[in-house]
Design a protein around this ligand. Structure first.
Ligand code: 3PG
Length: 210
């Protein structure tokens, strides 16, 4: 794996990119190791908590088998901070030119979030063809992705939002879906109780989706 994977390489590595919300830096390394043990190494840590950047830094430093990325990138400053902390890719809930530019300048592959045709076109104008479809279930689910296969045949998606083991296969069976994203691999109660075995088991089940 290249030190800086492309967005497509990030999406192709496993059927699921876990979306991880961490409140405590002490949880970062054990969770990353648990996911890697289950066969999932592309890890999205969301920039939603004060601990997020420290968690990214800890994983980048102590879990070399993992490739840690930053989620919830909403500004150029987020992208710069994530890159500085050691993130090797970024995921954003939407797309702006400023975020795209900052990621490119920071050397971060970006999976920009889109939910409409206009947003896909704006991201494509800036060179992005591997996109996050967010929020997938709420915005139209697999049916919307199927409708995009015609006009956006050259675009690949990572649908995220409302996806779990019960519906992941439906998305993964679509020709324009490379992987899905979701928080179900790292349930808050498993994190709180330090149940890393459960996280490894959830990761292994997700890994076997394809
Ligand atoms: C998010 O950014 O919160 C992701 O879309 C995760 O969504 P989920 O919790 O529905 O998997």
């Amino acid at each position: 794996m290249a030190l800086k994977p492309s967005a497509l390489e990030v999406m192709q590595d496993a059927p699921v990119i876990p979306v991880i919300v961490l409140d405590d830096v002490a949880h970062a390394v054990p969770i990353a190791r648990a996911l890697v043990a289950g066969g999932i190494r592309m890890l999205e840590v969301t920039l939603r908590t004060p601990a997020a950047l420290a968690c990214i830094e800890a994983i980048a430093k102590d879990v070399p088998e993992a490739v840690v990325g930053a989620g919830t990138i909403r500004s150029a400053a987020d992208a710069q901070a994530a890159a500085l902390a050691g993130a090797r890719f970024g995921v954003s809930p939407g797309y702006t030119h400023a975020v795209g530019k900052a990621c490119a300048e920071s050397g971060l592959a970006l999976l920009p979030g889109v939910a409409t045709g206009s947003e896909i076109m704006a991201a494509q104008e800036d060179g992005y063809t591997s996109l996050k479809f967010f929020p997938a279930m709420q915005a139209g689910g697999a049916r919307l992705l199927k409708a995009w296969q015609g006009p956006f045949a050259d675009v690949k998606f990572c649908p995220t939002g409302g996806i779990d083991m019960s519906n992941a296969r439906e998305f993964l069976s679509l020709s324009n879906v490379v992987c899905v994203g979701g928080s179900w691999l790292t349930p808050a109660e498993a994190i709180a109780s330090g149940d890393w075995k459960r996280i490894t088991q959830l990761a292994a089940e997700a890994r076997a989706l394809r």
